[in-house]
Ligand binder design. Sequence first.
Ligand code: PMP
Length: 435
Amino acid sequence: MTAALLTPDEIAAIRAQFPILTREINGHPLVYLDSAATAQKPTRVIEAEAAFYRQSNAAVNRGAHTLAGEATELYEDARATVASFLAVDPNEVVFTSHATEAINLVAYALGTASIGFGAGANAAAAPYAIGPGDEIVVTELEHHANLIPWQELAARTGATLRFIPVLDHGGLDLEAAATIIGERTRVLAISHVSNVTGAVTPLEVLVPLARAAGALIVLDACQAAPHLALHPRELDVDIAVFSGHKLYGPTGIGVLYGRAALLNSLPPFLYGGSMITTVTMERAEYLPSPQRFEPGTPRIAQAIGLAEAVRFVTEIGLDRIAATEHALTQRMLDGLARIPGIRVLGVDAPGPHVGLASIVVDDVHAHDAGQVLDEAGIAARVGHHCAQPLHRRFGVTASLRLSLAVHSSADEVDRALEAVASIRPFFGFDERGTA
Ligand code: PMP
């Protein structure tokens, strides 16, 4: 990490852009440590979305009137902004409702291609067809959004779903990965950063294995996009997805990046208007990406809001955000390590950890621990974070997750640490674990 850290003054100026941070919760200034679930929104994002509705609202693409033209331009500008953020071509950026939809889109399209169903399935999709004997590989730490669509694809096509196990330290078993990913592997679907441990997946190991196997590589970048520069081509992945709402953008917008040739060879996911060249009563011809995957009236205001969020993080600089959050994550992990009766899930996983920590407090259920934090004005997430298999692997059903954002300060981390240290004493447990 070579970029300069954000100074306290710069962080204060960033904080001033988030109106919600002026709220008090239970008599304390809000400490928002739930950005991994959804990020708060700076005023400029809220305004960008509102300005569209106030001034330029119209359906995109069709229509000769001025507002329709303006709306189309704003929407396509938003796509270009996201494309340059990812360093890819605009026609490789498809707007979806969220990352979950983006992954489902890919899994569904691959399934459709596999059974040669529908006019949209064309011969070019054949290399991606999946059938009995083929394998889809995920990891044991995936969010359900990057697990269940693959389970269903395997079930529909007769393929086998395999997974790279998690070791006791919380990192992936890379030796096992080298034997699991092989000539039968058709898809490798993995997260860039775990939403439970915060560990960065060693893509530099896994991607070459999948490439050598000729597999399609799908990256769930939900927990990476707000924290690290995300360049799918450099990472050599075929598909990358993330959600706008975790990147300080609106809800209701997700991004699917895919290599143009790949996207154009896949059949559509949803069918309807705005995606066709010609339609007869019998059949339809489909436009290339991105229109191919954006039927109906798309998420115009949300895309415009997301583009503003992308400009917001780009102006600060993803390298500076990454360096600052890295230092703050370390402060949080060091502080947690000093608190007795606390276990940090996957803290010993090798490599960098980004922006979050999930903890288990001895003798105290995560929901009760979360209540203690809420009393102190601290918003943290409790539960399995849509990663039940990983929690099962760690031998727990739930954890309490603290996640950072660009507006997080050292003071806030210290307040959270103090509150975490108070959890066991609050329930009458001393350091040796007796009530
Ligand atoms: N993958 C990961 C790693 C996530 O953290 C999340 C959100 N918790 C998702 C996928 C799904 O994102 P969304 O709910 O916005 O579709």
